[in-house]
Design a binder for this molecule. Structure first.
Ligand code: ADP
Length: 306
């Protein structure tokens, strides 16, 4: 049996508006690379990124700990994390590490776990960053493409995205709180209006139909969230302007990427992506905020499933 394995997992965007904790989309913007090496004992983490090296506090570390325990593996493991996905900007950084760790562990010990089990273990690692387990980013990172997460029991449905789908992501240059995902989960309303839930449900259903029918207009014009986005947008300086500008420049739909603060615009490969990007930058500039722009496509997952 090999004593070492390396796996790459992509960045991702979660929620896509109304699909809070349910929808995820793998993005080819950035990748984390994890190398697991068998050692005599314990779990050690080596990383080039600014992430915790305590295995309990690192999503990859927690995944390895949980899998080691579950499969009664006595050997130790060294986890080398090459961080590509910037942490804390709403692009599933902690999830990419967790996903790569789960897939690498499965390969290293020839466990041959199915997709749902890999997502379940990867999701268990998210507790280290978000405080709670959630599967949207890890499901996208493990399986690639567009994913719908059903829970109780966990069942992830994967849909191959349209090939002409493109995303412009504006990453604002602002400080993010250490426990950003936890903080931004804290502002979500505990009670919601029934009419709002119907609106979100109809848009979420339409997004799924859009991916199935490869209808980009339907996907874009259904990226509307009346529950979580209004509660979180105050955490992003200039959000309303960034969104308005992107839509005016031809984006099909715009929302917060995951827990933010990045803003994501969905568009066609034939649209003027530079114009949309510039419009988003200008939106952030209106509040004296600089931003980095990333234009990307959907990605394959860590298990390289087509
Ligand atoms: P985002 O999805 O916006 O990137 P995350 O949910 O990934 O946000 O949370 C980032 C937080 O998770 C950071 O505070 C970081 O310290 C913590 N974290 C723990 N382990 C990792 C990891 N392996 N990679 C990235 N972030 C990690």
């Amino acid at each position: 049996m090999a004593s070492k394995i390396t796996v790459k997992a992509p960045s991702s965007t979660a929620n896509l508006g109304p699909g809070f904790d349910v929808f995820g989309l793998a993005l080819n913007a950035f990748y984390d690379e994890i190398t697991l090496t068998k050692t005599k004992s314990g779990i050690t983490i080596i990383t080039d990124g600014n992430v915790p090296t305590n295995p309990e506090k690192n999503t990859a570390g927690l995944v390895v700990k949980n899998m080691k325990k579950k499969f009664k593996i006595k050997e130790g493991i060294e986890i080398k994390i090459k961080k590509g996905v910037p942490a804390g900007f709403g692009m599933g950084s902690s999830a990419a590490s967790a996903a790569a760790a789960a897939v690498a562990f499965d390969k290293l010990f020839r466990l041959k776990l199915d997709g749902n089990s890999l997502v379940e273990f990867a999701g268990s690692g998210e507790k280290a960053s978000a405080g709670t387990i959630h599967y949207d980013n890890v499901a996208a990172s493990v399986l690639g493409g567009f994913v719908i997460v059903k829970t109780n029991p966990l069942d992830v449905i994967r849909v191959e995205p349209p090939t002409n789908l493109r995303m412009c992501i504006a990453v604002p240059d602002i400080g993010v709180p250490k426990k950003k995902t936890k903080v931004s989960r804290g502002v979500i309303p505990k009670k919601i209006k029934f009419t709002d839930s119907i609106l979100n449900l109809s848009n979420a259903a339409a997004i799924v139909a859009g991916f199935m029918k490869k209808d980009l207009e339907l996907i874009g014009n259904s990226i509307k969230d009346v529950i979580v986005e209004p509660a979180r947008q105050h955490m992003i300086p200039g959000f309303t302007k960034v969104k308005q500008n992107a839509l005016k420049a031809g984006a099909l739909g715009v929302t917060i990427s995951g827990a933010g603060p990045s803003v994501i615009a969905f568009s066609k490969s034939s649209s003027n992506l530079k114009k949309i990007s510039k419009a988003m930058s200008k939106g952030f500039e209106s509040t004296n905020t600089k931003c980095q722009i990333i234009i990307c496509k959907p990605s394959k997952g860590a298990i390289n499933k087509k």
